[in-house]
Structure formats: structure tokens, C-alpha cells
Design a protein around this ligand. Structure first.
Ligand code: NAP
Length: 260
């Protein structure tokens, strides 16, 4: 399926590894020029070179922290008129007992998983509306549909983003600008491996046992490949997806059992 994106420009954050890089690669395969961000300069440069040589698109790396306003300003300076924005604010998924989450920590999570993305959306959406095309996708987590003990901070902040963009979606869609949230389950990335090693240590069991347990609890019986997230995001950014907006799309191999 031709997604109608050739020559479009995208900003993708958290894009040197894992899901963000997969989103960048899927968009690049559709002929989208990229501006990508991550904090570790060498990894970002390597990802930019790899994507550019695999696809032939232009890839601008902007090293920085997505959760710092000045760094996001540099991202926009490098790509002032994006057609596509993929917000992936990075990872700090350490479980914390609800009673131990202090005010500073709530504020930090709201900054990292709500404010960073929503303020960038506010900056790019008016230009997208004027130009008559825009696709915005936030990477979240499937657990926002069934929040987990120990993750009140991250789920709250991510749900704030889903709520805000659901309302904004109604203002943007008349201008052919959509905003959706992808809610991944377990994808085989560095972050997943680190998280599962942490679970194994805290649960006094082995990494292999945790992996087996998580796969058994997934009806698909496996972890997904990051490209399965990247290709979904590329479809949501396609010319054809202009009628689909304000949605939280679960991509988790059947773990979430709700109908809605
Ligand atoms: N993998 C899964 O199973 C899964 C499932 C559900 C949701 N998610 C969510 O999806 C997102 C990506 O996860 P992943 O598994 O792809 O992680 P990953 O493989 O560790 O990749 C994370 C990427 O984000 C970059 N990054 C991290 N913090 C950043 C920041 N503050 N500013 C800019 N870039 C930053 C990292 O590079 P630097 O460290 O160099 O900055 C790297 O490029 C996370 O929010 C995660 O919670 C993942």
C-alpha cells in the first residue's frame, strides 16, 4: 500500500533505538525526510546514517533531551514545518509504590510524559492546519487502558496526554490534521530487556523465567518486533488515515481484553 507520504517531513523523538527508531525507519521507507532526536550523540548519528543509507531520505540528527524545552526548540529550528510529529518521550519506567511518589516526582512525570509532547503539538499544529496536512502520533503504553500497581506516576501523565489530544483532535481534524496515540504492549527493545532484568531482580527469579512468563501471558505468545510498531505509526501518518483521530490504539498481541 502506497501511503502517500513521499517528500513529507517528520520529526521523531527517542529515535536512535527501539520503537522510535522503528517509526523513523518505517516513515523513511515511505520517502519521508526525517529530523530525529535522542540524547546520546553517537547512537543518534549511527541511526541517522543507517536510516539514510537504507532508504535514501535526508535524516537530520538533533542530539538533545526531548524533555527539556530548549532542546525541543532546537528540534523545531531544524525542522520548522513538519508534516508529521511522532512524540516518543523516552523511558524511565521504574515502579514506585503510590505512597512514595512525592510532588516533585509527579511534576517530573507530568513534564516528561505530558508537557513535553503537548507543548510541541501546540507549536506545530497551527502550521499543519494552515498547510492542510498533519499527522501527530504519540507513543504511549498499553497499560494506560488497564493501569498497573507501581506505575501511577507514568500512567497518570500518559493519560493526561491522551485526554488532552482527544479534545484537541476535534479542533484539528477539519484541517486534515490528526492526532492519535499508539499503546504498545511488549516489544523486543533494549528498554524491555532492561525492565525485565529489573523485574527478575526484584522478584528474585531469573530473566529467562520472567520472559517466559510474559510471553505465556500474551495470547500471541511472543514479544513483538519494533517494526510492528513503526509500520502501524506510518499507517496512522498516511494520507489515507485522515478520518481517524483522537484514538488510543492498543498493539499488544491480545493482552488487553477490553472491547473499548
Ligand atoms: N519496548 C516496549 O515493550 C514498550 C512497550 C510499551 C511502551 N513503551 C514505551 O515506548 C517508549 C520507547 O521505548 P523503547 O522500548 O523503544 O526504548 P529504547 O529501546 O530504550 O529506546 C529509547 C530511545 O529513546 C531515546 N530517549 C530516551 N530518553 C530520551 C529523552 N529524554 N530525550 C530524547 N530521547 C530519549 C533513547 O536514546 P538516548 O537514551 O540516547 O536518549 C533511545 O533512542 C517508552 O516511552 C516506553 O515506555 C515501550
Amino acid at each position: 500500500m502506497e501511503l502517500g507520504l513521499h517528500g513529507r517531513k517528520a520529526i521523531v523523538s527517542g529515535a536512535s533505538k527501539g520503537l522510535g527508531k522503528a517509526c523513523a525507519l518505517s516513515l523513511a521507507r515511505e520517502g519521508v525526510d526525517l529530523t530525529i532526536m535522542a540524547r546520546t550523540r553517537a547512537d543518534l548519528r549511527a541511526a541517522a546514517d543507517e536510516i539514510a543509507s537504507a532508504t535514501g531520505v535526508a535524516v537530520q540528527p538533533v542530539a538533545g533531551d526531548f524533555n527539556v524545552a530548549a532542546d525541543r526548540a532546537r528540534l523545531l529550528d531544524a525542522c520548522p514545518e513538519p508534516d508529521i510529529l511522532v512524540n516518543n518521550p523516552g523511558v524511565r519506567q521504574v515502579p514506585t509504590a503510590y505512597a512514595d511518589i512525592g510532588e516533585a516526582e509527579w511534576r517530573q512525570w507530568l513534564n516528561d510524559h505530558f508537557l513535553s509532547s503537548v507543548t510541541l503539538i501546540q507549536q506545530v499544529a497551527p502550521g499543519m492546519c494552515e498547510r492542510g496536512f498533519g499527522r501527530i502520533v504519540n507513543l504511549s503504553v498499553s497499560f494506560i487502558k488497564f493501569p498497573q500497581s507501581g506505575f501511577a506516576h507514568t500512567h497518570a501523565a500518559r493519560l493526561a496526554l491522551s485526554g488532552a489530544v482527544a479534545a484537541m483532535a476535534r479542533d484539528l481534524v477539519p484541517h486534515n490534521v490528526t492526532v492519535n496515540t499508539v499503546c504498545p504492549g511488549l516489544f523486543d527493545t533494549d528498554a524491555l530487556q532492561t525492565n525485565l532484568h529489573g523485574h527478575a531482580e526484584r522478584g528474585n527469579t531469573t530473566y529467562e523465567a520472567i520472559v517466559e512468563d510474559r510471553k505465556q501471558n500474551c495470547p500471541a505468545g511472543r514479544f513483538a518486533d519494533p517494526s510492528e510498531c513503526g509500520d502501524l505509526v506510518a499507517f496512522l501518518c498516511s494520507a489515507q488515515a485522515g478520518f481517524m483521530t483522537g484514538q488510543n490504539i492498543v498493539n499488544d498481541g491480545g493482552v488487553y481484553q477490553g472491547i473499548f
